[in-house]
Ligand binder design. Structure first.
Ligand SMILES: [Zn+2]
Ligand SMILES: [Zn+2]
Ligand SMILES: [Zn+2]
Length: 156
């Protein structure tokens, strides 16, 4: 198993949850592909490698449980699938979740790690007295394969 295993065990214990192989395996599946956004079925396929006895229903239940604790986050890209990624509570290096760049031509979703919203967050705190702790930013456009790197109009 991976280096994350002990950390996941601690996270579960910290939240008063029993450490089970299935719970650790679901967290590991998501941690093993930090840039991907997996459906419950895809998580199931990954978890089966270590826990061949696990059923899809258990994976669903485990996902709901971990989602409720922000250990995994639900993401929706309007492609007809509910997807999951590592939760903001689990991603210790990043306080806020990454942004999503969505290609409107091929549907590819690219994770963008830098927050870049700190200035706006400070402004909001100052003017509205509202403390931003997380956000879900989706930016729509064209990926590199779909011509996103081409300059459409030439400047005079
Ligand atoms: Zn594309
Ligand atoms: Zn993501
Ligand atoms: Zn932020």
């Amino acid at each position: 198993m991976t280096v994350g295993e002990d950390r996941f065990k601690l996270l579960l214990k910290d939240r008063g949850l029993k450490v089970t192989r299935q719970r650790v395996a679901v967290l590991e599946a998501l941690a093993s592909c930090p840039k991907e956004h997996l459906t419950a079925e895809e998580i199931f396929e990954l978890v089966k490698v270590d826990c061949p006895e696990i059923g899809l229903a258990t994976v669903y239940r485990t996902i709901q449980l971990l989602n409720g604790l922000n250990l995994i986050d639900r993401v929706n890209f309007d492609d007809g699938f509910v997807r999951y990624e590592m939760g903001s509570a689990l991603d210790s290096g990043l306080r806020h979740r990454h942004h999503h760049l969505i290609c409107i031509k091929c549907g590819r979703v690219i994770s963008f790690q830098k927050d870049l919203l700190e200035g706006m967050e400070a402004k909001i705190a100052e003017t509205a007295g509202f403390r931003v702790v997380n956000h879900e930013v989706r930016l729509y456009g064209y990926c590199m394969e779909c011509g996103g790197d081409l300059i459409e109009e030439k400047r005079e």
